[in-house]
Write a protein that binds this ligand. Structure first.
Ligand code: ATP
Ligand code: MG
Ligand code: MG
Ligand code: MG
Length: 438
């Protein structure tokens, strides 16, 4: 992408309404625009990040055996009356009437709808186990939408739903998601700790929240320090095998959110020098809730013994739009965002120090083309602007590698690569730059 042709509305002023750093930086970097309280447009740069996050979430869901589909944002009230949640859900649910005065709602979550899909087709234990997921916009009329996309009213969610014949099967499905989540957040460049969590209005008896530690987090959390640098299961993890040892290993160390913590238990379980009591951001949440929906909604299958049984279910959420903000909370400095390569809107940027100089334009243009040809998503700063302004933009929007080339470098045949995160700079022959970044 040539920056002169791109749509990158960078703001010079620090927007007043933004209370936390990720919100300020998302606005300044031209990633998002607020349309109304808790409603955001994703501008090109922000949308690229969101789609990269989504891709990683999809890859890890697929790897774990979950199957992607897509359900609508609007749901019929009827379905929610079946589960008994229509009235119970309260004011967070946006209720809508169509021209025929039929009642609808903008989905805050999809347990009912997926249960309806399941019961329409799955009839036998042979259809199990099954885990279906989608990535779709949700609406929750939050009392206090704030912190930009961190707590929005309309937000993107990956929600997966597992169906099993019995609790044993459902726990295995839970373990697969647990491990998939560890891998997902790790690939997003985050340290997210699974913590015992309250099961809340969805109900159930087994639940973990995945929490990223950050001072701006909305909940207080308590955990064992060793959870912060535990090795993550590799890409070769066998999701058809036994994952219980991995989950047991992670859950053997104490970690709980404020709703669940028992201070005496925490102090007993964690030696003083290993105690981390901090604030955290909920980026994912997994639940096992048994037959809470399958019973009232009649989602039953024929068991091997010929008897009908209500399926055991779990649900598993991740918030990609919240994650974009959470990643910034975890990775920024005074100059701006420092994206992990995996979700960076562009992996590298070519900074032409003298636009208009024929030799510079040719060399930078070629460098940019070569990066693209090598499969590196690159941004070419070909704007006629001062070097300082270009560096500031590159730092603000957080591109991991900045390849800098000007007349002086050109005469010595050298380019400079600046690593955004470490600030480290290296000088190398222009012809080696692409190979260095591949
Ligand atoms: P919170 O406690 O922050 O209100 P929640 O427990 O209500 O979140 P879940 O129902 O568990 O959220 O939804 C799954 C995931 O969706 C959350 O872990 C989070 O990543 C994301 N999410 C939930 N609410 C919002 C929101 N208002 N804005 C952005 N993402 C959200
Ligand atoms: Mg909530
Ligand atoms: Mg929560
Ligand atoms: Mg939750």
């Amino acid at each position: 992408m040539r920056l002169s042709r791109y749509f990158l509305p960078v703001l010079r002023e620090v927007p007043k309404e933004a209370e936390i750093v990720s919100h300020r930086l998302m606005l300044r970097a031209g990633m998002i625009r607020q349309q109304a309280a808790g409603l955001y447009s994703w501008l090109p740069l922000g949308y690229k990040v969101l789609m990269k996050i989504q891709r990683i979430v999809e890859e890890e869901q697929n790897r774990s055996g979950a199957i992607q589909l897509l359900m609508p944002t609007i749901q019929s009230a009827e379905l929610w009356r079946e589960s008994g949640r229509y009235d119970a859900y309260g004011k967070e649910m946006l209720r809508i009437e169509d021209r025929h005065e039929r009642e609808f709602l903008y989905g805050p979550t999809n347990e009912e709808m997926i249960t309806d899909i399941f019961r329409a087709y799955a009839k036998s234990y042979k259809d199990l186990p099954l885990n279906l997921y989608h990535i779709q916009w949700k609406f929750r009329d939050e009392v206090r939408p704030r912190f930009g996309t961190m707590r929005a009213r309309e937000f993107l969610m990956k929600d997966a739903y597992s169906f099993d014949l019995d609790k044993d099967g459902a726990v295995k499905a839970y373990e697969r998601m647990f491990v998939a989540y560890l891998r997902t957040f790790h690939r997003l460049g985050l340290t997210a700790v699974p913590m015992r969590a309250d099961t809340g209005p969805i109900g159930g008896d087994l639940s973990h929240e995945f929490i990223v530690l950050a001072d701006t987090g909305e909940s207080a959390v308590f955990c064992h320090r060793d959870l912060l640098d535990k090795p993550i299961p590799g890409p070769d993890t066998d999701f058809r095998g036994d994952l219980k040892p991995i989950v047991d290993d992670w859950t053997s160390l104490y970690a709980a959110t404020e709703e669940m913590v028992d201070m005496a238990e925490y102090e007993e379980a964690v030696p003083e020098d290993k105690r981390v009591s901090a604030r955290g951001i909920e980026v994912g949440h997994i639940f096992y809730f048994g037959t809470k929906y399958s019973e009232p909604m009649n989602a039953k299958v024929m068991g091997p013994d010929g008897k009908e049984v209500a399926v055991h279910m779990g649900s598993y959420g991740i918030g990609p739009s919240r994650l974009a903000a959470a990643i910034i909370e975890a990775s920024h400095d005074e100059a701006g965002i420092a994206w992990p390569v995996s979700v960076a809107p562009f992996e590298a940027t070519v900074i032409n120090l003298k636009v208009g100089d024929a030799a510079c334009d040719t060399a930078c243009g070629k460098l940019y083309e070569d990066l693209q040809a090598a499969g590196i998503d690159a941004l070419y700063d070909d704007r006629d602007q001062a070097a300082g302004a270009k560096f500031a933009t590159a730092d603000l929007i957080g591109i991991p590698y900045q390849v800098v080339l000007g007349p002086r470098g050109l005469s010595s045949g050298e380019a400079e690569i600046k690593h955004r995160k470490s600030g480290e700079r290296e000088t190398l022959p222009i012809g080696d730059a692409v190979a260095r970044l591949k």
